[in-house]
Design a protein around this ligand. Sequence first.
Ligand code: BGC
Length: 664
Amino acid sequence: MDMDVWKIEREGYEPENTADNGNRFLIGNGSIGVRGTLEEYKKDRMVAVNLAGIYDRAPNQTWREPINAPNGFYATLEGQGNILKHKQSLYFRHGIHSRETVYEQAVLKIERFCSMAEPHILCQRIHVELTGKPAKPMKLICGIDSDVWDINGPHLTDFEATAGEILHVSALTSEMRIPITVKERCNRGQDEILVSGDSVFRVFNVRENFVIERIIAVNGELTPGSYDEKLAEHSAFWDNLWDSSAVKITGDPVAQLSLNYSLYHLHSIAPRHAESRSIPARGLSGQTYKGAVFWDAEIFLMPFFTMTEPSLARKFMMYRIDSISGALSKAAGLGYNGAYFPWESQDGGTEGCTNFNVVDVFTDRPVRTYFRDGQIHISGDIVYALGKYIDWTGDTGILDKGGRDLIKACADFYLSRAHRLVKNDTLEFLDVVGPDEYHERVHNNAFTNRIAAYTLGRAGYDFDVRQPRIRDGIIEQFDGYFDLEDVSLDVIRSRIKHPKEYWGTQNGVAYATQIIKQADVLALMQLFANEYSDEEVRRNWEYYEPRTEHGSSLSACMYALGACRFGRADLAYPLFMKSARSDLDGGGKSWAGNIYIGGTHPAAAGGAYMIATQGFAGLRYNGDELVLNPTLPESIDSLDFPFIFRGKRAYARVSRERSEIRMG
Ligand code: BGC
């Protein structure tokens, strides 16, 4: 039987896998993300109805994080007996989550989705089928559970819970008193209403097989239409998205499923409903990473949206343009000119990154980190993405909408942050943090210097920026990197004293060594691909890869793209699978010191798309024309994908026999 490349399924009731399944079975519509937890789960199992773009700082807490709304999908059976069998599945072609649990006395089937057609609407259908003869009547309890999971909360106060024909819970966020409302209607009258604290539930006595359909509105009004009508609109929306974005792979169904699944995640967290919004590093999978937008959006997600839905890519850019005030005040606060974008950007471009972003597991004390002060590459990453977006789409109009000012402000920031060498009038950047976060406060990180030079160039400034040493064709990641202890990853691992210890900062196990967290020089070589020969990429890959922990899910795709450059699809393929399957396989790094950082990995999903289209198919715009330069892995016979270039629909087809781009 052919494998279903649009569906995942897991058998067995496994509360111990709550964290991974919550990510694996996530559903979302760009406005709301609902973790793939079971309906009967409460906050101790990390249930989250995560809202995009609404942040709160709870009293006495140091950082803001996005809000989890009261859970309107809550449902549980009573009197059903023990679990005999259980299956959870996700039909990700249409973003539909299902569970089927066989109890001694009944089979419970629940289907749910976050409507793509109506971004504030959630839909659920519950089906109970009696199989035994319960001693007492069975009860189905479903409603709005307000006892929500928060990492750094509680964020909601002033609850009001009421029940008439509709269930209604309202609350205010604690800091800015933003109203949050959840309303629910059900197509069948209940036997009883249960109000418990701030939560409100319907209770049904189950005496025969029955089905109920529930429509839930979060921060908006309930809309007419049945479950089936809403499902039809929602599914049609998804089919349209796939028509314009799916990459068809022949020969390798596992690769096909994994890539489909990655693109599913990207689509389900894309802010289609908002004017200027971007995607947080953990998507809509909860509050980890403070719901903040990092460089992940510009460097790892923009390529997918620029190629398949440029109007959305534009929104990402508008988010930065509209939130430039945060970047201007960050720069001014540190004594610089121009725009220094937040490393962890929240609403209005406020900086979410604290000066103490890691807690030491040995002392339980916060450690001073320099991501906020030192990852100055972020401003250049944004300019780079804007430049690429304009080059690809031809949308120069965005320059008049604030794009030009953004580029200039970022260039002004770099000029004021640079040191000028008197002897040859070049600029240097001291005390920075490159993409490899394990080495903080370094000088002249090659990636940072190049992206700063790009920014200055794009603003029309004429300055030389110093590039670091090159030894035997290997670019030194930063000044003095080659002088650090050169040890293997195995040796580093043998030095670890605590499973959750953080490898970076001055006392970290990697700090005095050449072991790096993630692609840094290789990221540079990918972003500025036409400045390096295939042979140079190969040499640097062979040097840096064994020294890379791949401690960030952003790393694998840069190495995969590098390997495709020098014709080694066999090296790229496992890195492709790692990127594409990051949330499917789960088990990624979930702790930085004592802070939970688990959640979904959109950047890895975006990376998988880049590997398929830019790596395996080798699609690139060389300034004059689109070219294909394929490096197909053995298991893949062909790749077919649509994209939009300069407002026109195009299709690329790559196989071992021939490659072509068709316009129109
Ligand atoms: C990585 C950063 C990344 C962030 C969010 C960190 O672990 O080192 O490069 O932006 O996670 O994904």
